[in-house]
Design a protein around this ligand. Structure first.
Ligand SMILES: [Zn+2]
Length: 217
């Protein structure tokens, strides 16, 4: 659900950070519907919706709003702004009348976010998957970029969505970038990356993981 605080603008959930209940902008079901359509349009199938996307992933906001209206008559450009501005994961951005997804693309884009400055990054995976990654390197079969985590506990947490007992792979990000692997920071938690060769990858020992799990509890 998206609500709007008079002082702080659009927010998700029942209350703004300031404690104000604000006013309802979009209910839970419609927020979900709009979110799914925008993700599809900006990450996965712009062509199917007749949207012209440039190589950096941008499409025209007004045209997207028109396309969205043909699917959901209640939708409009203001609701797109509400969705983008209230998104806790900063999935999208709007600049000069254009909108794009900041990460999560399956379509082929060349994004231009700031270069990653963290020397180490992390990736959570199931045990068999981790073994394979350490052998052949890290790449995504479905996504344009690999999504890496900025901390080991975050990677472990992401891994728990796919498996009960994830392994965490450590990535020597600075060394890989020096060797030409492009890595970009998209928010506090996520760095997107071109494929990472196996030589920059190592497994975090399970005894170190145990303390990460303790921190999560
Ligand atoms: Zn507020």
């Amino acid at each position: 659900m998206i609500r709007r605080c008079r002082q702080h603008g659009f927010f998700r959930g029942d209350r703004c950070e300031c404690g104000d209940e604000g006013t309802l902008v979009l209910d839970e079901a419609k927020t979900e519907q709009l979110g799914r359509l925008i993700a599809g349009a900006l990450r996965h199938f712009p062509d199917d919706l007749g949207l012209a996307m440039n190589s950096r992933g941008w499409v025209d906001l007004a045209i997207l709003a028109d396309v969205v209206k043909t699917r959901h008559r209640w939708a409009n450009q203001n609701l797109l702004l509400a969705l983008v501005q209230s998104d806790p994961k900063q999935r999208y951005e709007i600049v000069d009348g254009k909108i794009r997804a900041r990460y999560g693309h399956s379509v082929d884009v060349e994004l231009d976010h700031p270069r990653n400055e963290l020397p180490l990054l992390y990736y959570g995976a199931a045990e068999e998957e981790a073994a394979r990654i350490l052998e052949v390197g890290l790449r995504s079969a479905t996504q344009r970029y690999v999504h890496l985590s900025t901390g080991p506990e975050k990677a472990w947490h992401v891994g728990t969505f796919r498996t009960s007992n994830p392994k965490v792979i450590k990535i020597e990000a600075a060394a890989a970038q020096d060797a030409g692997v492009k890595m970009m920071r998209v928010n506090d938690s996520i760095v997107i990356s071109d494929p990472v060769p196996a030589e920059y990858l190592s497994l975090i020992p399970s005894r170190d993981l145990a303390s990460l799990k303790a921190q999560q509890r």
